[in-house]
Design a protein around this ligand. Structure first.
Ligand SMILES: [Fe+2]
Ligand SMILES: [Fe+2]
Length: 279
């Protein structure tokens, strides 16, 4: 389906029902979590994903201060998007609890408080700059969002496949369907915004080349991002997923046909993780 306007994209999104409805969530077999084994190496990955989902709230609040967040169609999408990401974080936290990893009642505040002052200073600067550039920056925000959502979606698919844990699979299936709708929204709006203006294309491409980093990096210590990427995408099959299901899709956006940044980043992180002495 090719959308002509942001309104079309939003209308499509609003026709999609939530997957993680109370009914879907109530069918999660929490009591069965410990009846199946889960490779311990995946626990830090689950914590990482839980934290990234939780920090969406912070990112959402930052974005609302920019022209992108004030766009009526995008802001309407973001209201629901923010709620869905929060649910993902909460469900992953519950899964970890059931697995035997307790978390404090105020774990969400702790995750937010752990974000460095450097990150906040940086994001303040970026938001201010964004306001100077104005609406033309929306294409950049949407392209960033598309890459983040697509890589998150593929990360969950890989996690589900590697873990082979029935309760996690059911939970992740629900999350994956919602991430898939997020990806389509961001990608479709990015396509429209990039297609409209050469300046937007150039700005977007240049910012992705210079500043793009895997989702979570910057607000969460880099070692945790690298560990997650190396664990989920560190072999030939993982790199192939990044190429086919993230890079190739982003390359279909105006101005991005020869993008190599995402593949290179994934390969570099995977190679560094294979060096002796770095676990
Ligand atoms: Fe999510
Ligand atoms: Fe998402």
């Amino acid at each position: 389906m090719v959308f002509e306007t942001k309104k079309d994209v939003l209308d499509w999104y609003e026709r999609q029902e939530r997957t993680l409805t109370p009914k879907y969530v109530s069918a999660i077999d929490w009591a069965g979590v410990r009846s199946h084994s889960l490779d311990e190496k995946l626990v830090p990955v689950l914590f990482y994903m839980r934290d990234v989902e939780t920090l969406t709230d912070m990112y959402y609040r930052e974005l609302r201060r920019t022209p992108t967040g004030k766009d009526p169609h995008i802001s309407k999408f973001m209201e629901r998007w923010g709620v869905e990401e929060l649910t993902h974080g909460e469900l992953l936290n519950r899964f970890l609890n059931e697995l035997g990893y307790e978390s404090d009642e105020k774990w969400q505040d702790q995750v937010k408080r752990a974000v460095s002052r450097e990150y906040h200073a940086n994001s303040y600067m970026i938001t201010t700059l964004t306001n100077l550039v104005g609406k033309r920056f929306t294409a950049t925000h949407m392209t960033f969002g598309a890459i983040h959502e697509m890589s998150t979606l593929q990360a969950y698919r890989r996690l589900s496949k590697i873990a082979r844990h029935p309760v996690l699979t059911y939970l992740l299936d629900g999350i994956i369907r919602e991430e898939s709708a997020h990806s389509k929204f961001y990608w479709s709006v990015a396509r429209l915004e990039l297609g409209r203006s050469r300046i937007a294309r150039r700005l977007s491409r240049s910012i992705i080349e210079h500043f793009w980093a895997p989702v979570g990096q910057g607000s969460i210590p880099k070692e945790r991002t690298d560990y997650t990427i190396a664990t989920l995408f560190g072999d030939a099959a993982g790199i192939d997923v990044v190429d086919k299901l993230v890079t190739q899709r982003i390359r279909r956006l105006p101005g991005f046909t020869d993008l190599t940044k995402i593949n290179e980043t994934a390969k570099r992180i995977a190679a560094a993780a294979m060096q002796p002495g770095i676990a």
